[in-house]
Design a protein around this ligand. Sequence first.
Ligand code: PMV
Length: 333
Amino acid sequence: MGIATAQAAANIAFIKYWGAKDLDRVIPSNRSISMTLSACTTRTTVETLAHGAADRILARDSAGRLAQAPESFSARILAHLDRVRALAGVAVGLRVATENRFPAAAGLASSASGFAALSLAATAALGIELEATALSDFSRRSGSGSAARSALGGYVEWPLGFDEGQGHATVIAPAEHWDLCDLIAIVDAGEKAVSSLEGHRRACSSPHFSARQVEVQRRIDVVRSSIARRDLATLGPVIEEEAIELHLIAMSSRPPIFYWRPSTLDVLEAIRALRGRGIGAWSTLDAGPNVHVICEPADALAVNEALAALPGVTEVIRDRVGTGPRLIDEPVI
Ligand code: PMV
């Protein structure tokens, strides 16, 4: 029937999604806000096969070859293809070819960009054109809540969305509103031992989880208004608090989860030292050891130099706010 290729970028959350009211239906415990990136992207091609044919999932491996993906990687993709077929009312097989275009093997969470790209490419291949908010809701149903935010560009808020069709995120400011940079200090490019999905599952076992639900309400308002005013001096401390709290909850979950490496702390300290020299740079982390440093373009060079000088930092990825997923003409082959 068709073929389509989509590209979508990862996002970095300023207010984190960590813990769910209903993990199966991907209903988060709290609202979240993120910035969609532009360099850390996933590119995915979906092609229709014959009626009833078995799906095929190919992924670019570390040697650069497009190869049959391992089952651990394909299971969630196959489940999402069933949702796409149900939406389109067809029973054709689908061939998926996907690659992460993150500079080097960054070990960064790619489920958000991956499921946003898959949702866009698969619906387009089956001739379905989804509005941006419908694409966001559909991407979320993959099980990766943050994919709801990567389905949109700029600065994005994902609310609680209990009712059917209300699970989508919304753009609170487009990318052009504020050109913020994200310099990602890689301290460990390996795969993390505990998935985000498992982290969400354990989050509510932390004694700090309920206190967070109160705090996060206040932070959401501060983040929203400081984005509107392009006020990094107010935004910065809140995003750092958020990241530390996510890891505090992970470390105090039962059983505990430790995502940090010793070098993670070195990066956090170096960024505090930079602020002492008058440079407006603030750290945040996802469920992993690598540190995202948010700053204005005028400070990006100084931040890059400070990060690159740290012995535990193997690579610095320079990214910035991006405009969201799109269909492209270059298939993954
Ligand atoms: O979208 P998930 O289920 O992979 O969870 C994302 C979790 C964090 O990246 C740690 C936080 C966030 O809001 O992106």
